[in-house]
Design a protein around this ligand. Structure first.
Ligand SMILES: NC(=O)c1ccc[n+]([C@@H]2O[C@H](COP(=O)([O-])OP(=O)(O)OC[C@H]3O[C@@H](n4cnc5c(N)ncnc54)[C@H](O)[C@@H]3O)[C@@H](O)[C@H]2O)c1
Ligand SMILES: [Zn+2]
Length: 349
């Protein structure tokens, strides 16, 4: 016997991403803004001059990647239950990628899913984390291992928030911008080579192009069954660097910058990229003082760490190798010796 549940459905999860000063908005519903003390101290007054609601609550969780965990999710959910939020209520993520990922995840599970809006305040979250609906948290097994795909209703990218962002955090966001240009858009890459992202108008244009690039990829492969994995360019190597340095020495974007240089060297060794192209990427990263070098003490140990990454639980490692500028190859068939030879060039001389 067999019972069929006909659930074939066409879902329209489309949403708009506004890159501009925030509009004034009033919501005729319960709204909770989720943020942390740092972002609240710097920018909550501005946000509250833009947003009002029938009932408005502020939920704060501690600042930092180490608090991207179940305890913070519980803090958010508790507050929603206490204030009797229901399925038509709304969450607003107000902060960097940590806040964005956790708010989205809380929204995805509260009463099986409520709406949320992203208001990202770091460059990294404006160009990457806030777009595409990946939400989640960390646990003791690793980063982002728990989560859901839950698209926001809207994203508001207001460049004003970046004025208080520390230089290193800004550069970390630039690394993710470079990632999108190298893998998907040669014209964008050339624009970046000639651009000064410290100029506000130029930066706004770069944010727009990065978001368009990511949106295009997400539209083709929302659940990362293929193409979306290309956004992990620089990350396979970067995650090893982050893990070897206990997530302390480098910001994520900085580790990704080094990782992109490693991926590029792999591409050159595979004949997929010219040496000159690899140099151009490195130069662009260095323009924003991003690190591009790293000393690998033990190349075998570095290689083994690839297998500890969650995306390699099936014992194969996926490499994202640029194909010249603006193209990308996703492959788990890279010869180990070729990788080891690349890694050896990062040895102390
Ligand atoms: N969902 C996705 O697709 C996706 C993509 C990339 C990254 N991420 C996640 O994003 C997180 C990293 O995001 P992040 O780099 O924004 O880190 P973050 O959220 O930790 O923010 C970095 C620091 O900057 C502070 N900050 C935020 N806005 C500020 C402002 N305007 N001025 C001054 N300080 C400010 C934060 O409080 C924090 O201390 C990671 O957890 C990562 O897993 C998710
Ligand atoms: Zn990243």
């Amino acid at each position: 016997m067999q019972v069929n549940i006909p659930l074939k459905q066409i879902v329209d999860n489309s949403y708009d991403i506004t890159i501009d000063a925030m509009p004034k908005m009033h919501f005729h519903k319960k709204v909770a803004i989720v943020t942390n003390p740092k972002v609240a101290g710097l920018h909550l007054a501005y946000l509250l001059s833009k947003i009002s609601a029938k009932e408005l609550y502020i939920i704060t969780v501690p600042d930092g990647e180490e608090y991207k965990n179940q305890a913070s999710i519980d803090t958010i959910l508790e507050s929603l239950f206490n204030h009797r939020f229901n399925r038509s209520s709304l969450l607003i993520a107000f902060g960097g990628g940590v806040i964005g990922d956790m708010t989205g995840y809380a929204a995805s599970i509260y009463e099986r899913g409520i709406d949320f809006i992203q208001i990202p305040t770091t460059l990294l979250s404006q160009v990457d984390a806030s777009v595409g609906g990946k939400t989640g948290m960390n646990n003791r097994y690793g980063k982002n291992l728990i989560g859901a795909f839950h698209q926001p209703q809207a994203v508001y990218i207001d460049p004003i928030f970046l004025e208080t962002l520390p230089k290193r955090e800004f550069a970390a966001g630039v690394a993710e911008i470079v990632k999108m240009a190298v893998t998907f858009n040669k014209d964008f890459f050339e624009f970046l080579e000639h651009a000064d992202l410290n100029d506000k108008i130029v930066l706004q244009e770069a944010i727009k192009q990065a978001v368009e690039t990511k949106a295009g990829v997400v539209a083709k492969d929302e659940k990362e069954r293929g193409l979306r994995a290309a956004l992990n360019y620089g990350h396979t190597f970067g995650h090893v660097i982050e893990s070897q340095t206990q997530y302390k020495r480098y910001l994520h974007g900085e580790a990704v910058a080094i990782g992109m240089v490693m991926a590029n060297k792999t591409a050159v060794a595979m004949g997929l990229m010219d040496e000159d192209e690899a140099q151009r990427v490195e130069k662009l990263l260095q323009k924003y003082s991003l690190p591009t070098d790293y000393v690998i003490e033990d190349v075998e140990a570095f290689y083994e760490t690839f297998y500890l990454d969650k995306k390699s639980l099936d014992a194969s490692v996926t490499f994202i190798i640029p194909h010249h500028l603006g193209g990308v190859k996703i492959t788990d068939a890279v010869d180990k010796h070729l990788i080891l030879d690349v890694l050896k060039t990062f040895k102390a001389s």
